[in-house]
Write a protein that binds this ligand. Structure first.
Ligand code: PRX
Length: 656
């Protein structure tokens, strides 16, 4: 049975349904009736629906007069003649009513705590914004942020937004080489970083990676602004490098926001696709902010007294939309933690939740599975009674992990929102509304109001029936959609729209829609892996492998993994003889480290198998489906007679 058939079978056999508790429904922002009214309004007038929301939820400096322009489709624009500032929406507009409310609760791995009210955060962001200006950064300049998960990282995002600079965050787990590629592609003028970050008792030496990245290429970078976080000794290049504490504190704590057009890019975020080169997903200011703002309200039911903890790093889209922009635009208090979930022990997350009074907890299935493995005793040691809503994001959640989350963390009463979306969609697209939609373990349920999702077959025909499978597409533009791929609009059109004649946004996922119209995401249809919720392109890893002098050719596939969801499995063909025994082990370790250096530790293959050839058809195409079966250790039932060299199968399977 193929992977997909197996998943479909387990989906079809999942019959449990959990209705929201009466207590939750009573005080929910959206109950079933209110949700139905929103859906009806969106169905009646898609553009009018978003127009009303944009007027109500966003503070405009210049109101927009036109909502959607589809004349250049699929390059859509929203609210194009309106002017606003994202940072003013996240900070300034709360000062009068929430100035003394906590915006950020931060805790470091060593237990250091920092608290910032909206007033204080506003002042810090203004100072940093003025510091950026003093370095010559102006509207439209790109600023790369390569920082640990500290409050200053959110300040950096907000400061860029405040002056109209376009931030591009590179996750701190990426290597010097990945950082360099992204800086060069974005043409960034400034890099904001830290000496290092804390993770699992170690220092992540960010500055060292920065120095290495900037040692070649990166000609666009004028300055590096360095936050002192870990205090360890780092290289420092006079003239180029500037300490945060030398520059920022002396700035004025007032900085007028730069009013930008709604379509002005707010950020770029690089993500993996099926080709070797990561793409700079470009999000704009107005539409993105609207999507992040309203989805936070609907999906997380945000209330004034919530402490919202999204555990994602700001290096991923989840950290952009649900650590920084969405919650802050709503005036919420966010929790940030820099460190590993298991330091000093497996109770750390729950201890933080107890001590900071976390009410909403949003994490990834890989974290849930890892915590589940560590046992029920850890969460039981802590008082989690303030929690009222749980969320999941980034990969399909298996019903077993869902049930553990529900039973042990949720005390069988908290709603779980399994949210489907992507870097490209900017905001959550399919998710339960916690006070309105009954949940099923493993399903992200139904699209949000104003989000037009359909299932299409291989020829691109929309399938209207329920209880069907196919490709997930979005049929109407939505405000927080990506605008383009930075510097490569053709690639934007080809990648997301080309498959079905530019009619729909093709998400790249396959899905099943059950008899109740609930969506169950089956996984990617392209060569993208999802390892611990991190998106990786197989071709990126393959190029990293073949850049090693010993490697002639490589093919990478995903293999199901109990905790990571998927792990990286690499088949490698060497330039010389196929290594065996101790020699093979030594080279495998070297290649793993090499991939770590080229991309980052997150891309290191768990398995490397050496062979003399890859399974290719006579036309030279690698049979990836066969490799996936081999990686899973399945018996090979596929027809291998079309292979150029059928005998290779035994070797690839590790049997020869
Ligand atoms: O395959 C889907 C999976 O993650 C992909 C998007 O990855 P990325 O852009 O890194 O964004 C992750 C965080 C939004 C999707 O194409 N995915 C995301 N959320 C879910 C999911 N798969 C199943 N269920 C989800 N809730």
């Amino acid at each position: 049975m193929s992977d997909k058939q197996q998943t479909i079978q387990s989906v079809l056999s999942e019959k449990r349904v959990f209705a929201p508790s009466e207590q939750f429904v009573r005080s929910a922002r959206l109950n079933a009736d209110k949700l139905a009214a929103l859906h009806a309004a969106a169905a009646k007038d898609h553009v009018g629906f978003w127009t009303d929301l944009a007027r109500k939820e966003i503070s405009w400096q210049t109101p927009f007069t036109k909502t959607l322009d589809d004349s250049q489709a699929p390059n859509y624009t929203w609210f194009a003649d309106g002017k606003l500032n994202a940072s003013a929406n996240c900070l300034d507009r709360h000062l009068a009513t929430r100035g003394n409310k906590l915006a950020i609760r931060f805790e470091g791995e060593k237990g250091d705590v920092q608290l910032y009210t909206y007033q204080q955060l506003h002042a810090e962001v203004c100072k940093l914004a003025n510091a950026l200006k003093s370095l010559g950064i102006t509207k439209g300049d790109r600023v790369v942020i390569y920082m640990p998960m500290v409050a200053e990282a959110v300040m950096a995002m907000q400061a860029c937004a405040r002056i109209g600079a376009v931030h591009s965050i590179v996750f701190g787990g990426f290597s010097a080489g990945s950082l360099r590629d992204r800086i060069d592609d974005a043409g960034a003028k400034l890099l904001i970083t830290a000496d290092g970050g804390h993770r699992a008792g170690n220092i992540v030496d960010l500055k060292k990676a920065v120095d290495e990245a900037l040692s070649e290429g990166c000609k666009s970078i004028g300055n590096v602004l360095v936050l002192r976080r870990t205090g360890h000794k780092v290289g420092f290049q006079e003239g180029r490098d500037i300490w945060w504490h030398d520059l920022v504190p002396k700035q004025s704590d007032r900085c007028e926001p730069e009013w930008v057009d709604a379509e002005h890019p707010l950020f770029l975020l690089y993500t993996s696709g099926s080709t070797g080169k990561p793409k700079g997903i470009q999000h704009c200011t107005g539409g993105y902010l609207l999507g992040a703002t309203v989805s936070s309200q609907w999906v997380f039911d945000l209330r004034e007294d919530d402490v919202f903890w999204c555990t994602a790093d700001i290096g991923w889209i989840t950290g952009h939309s649900y650590v920084c922009y969405g919650p802050l635009a709503n005036g919420a208090t966010i929790m940030m933690y820099e460190g590993a979930p298991t330091v000093p022990d497996a109770g750390r997350f729950w201890k933080i939740a107890q001590e900071h009074g976390v009410t909403i907890f949003y994490t990834a299935p890989t974290a849930i599975r890892a915590l589940m493995k560590l046992g029920d005793d850890w969460p039981k040691k802590y008082d989690l009674s303030k929690l009222r809503l749980l969320g999941s994001v980034g990969e399909p959640i298996n019903p077993e992990a869902w049930m553990w989350y529900h039973t042990v963390i949720g005390q069988e009463k908290l709603p779980i929102v399994d949210t489907w979306w992507q870097t490209e969609t900017g905001a959550i697209m399919i998710s339960p509304i916690p006070g309105a939609v009954p949940t099923k373990p493993g399903s992200c349920t139904k699209p949000l109001p104003g989000i037009a999702v359909e299932v299409v077959d291989e020829s691109g025909e929309i399938i209207k029936d329920n209880d069907v499978g196919g490709y997930l597409v979005v049929t109407k533009p939505w405000p927080s959609m990506l605008r383009t791929i930075w510097g490569d609009n053709d690639r934007y059109i080809k990648t997301y729209w080309g498959q079905f004649g530019n009619k729909y946004y093709v998400a790249g996922d396959s899905t099943h829609r059950d008899a109740d119209g609930y969506y169950w995401i089956m996984g990617r249809i392209d060569d993208v892996l999802n390892v611990s919720g991190h998106r990786l392109g197989t071709m990126e890893i393959e190029s990293a492998l073949v850049s090693h002098p010993a490697v002639a050719e490589a093919a990478v596939v995903g293999r199901p993994h109990e905790v990571k969801g998927e792990s990286v499995f690499a088949f490698v063909i060497c330039r010389g003889e196929r290594p065996i025994g101790a020699e093979a082990e030594k080279l495998a370790k070297e290649l793993r480290d090499h991939v770590g250096r080229e991309i980052g530790a997150l891309a290191k293959p768990d398995d490397i198998r050496f062979a003399e050839n890859l399974p290719k058809t006579r036309s030279g195409k690698i049979m990836r489906r066969l490799l996936r079966s081999i990686a899973k250790g399945e018996a090979i039932t596929q027809d291998v007679s079309t292979l150029e060299n059928p005998a290779i199968v035994a070797q690839l399977a590790g049997k020869a």
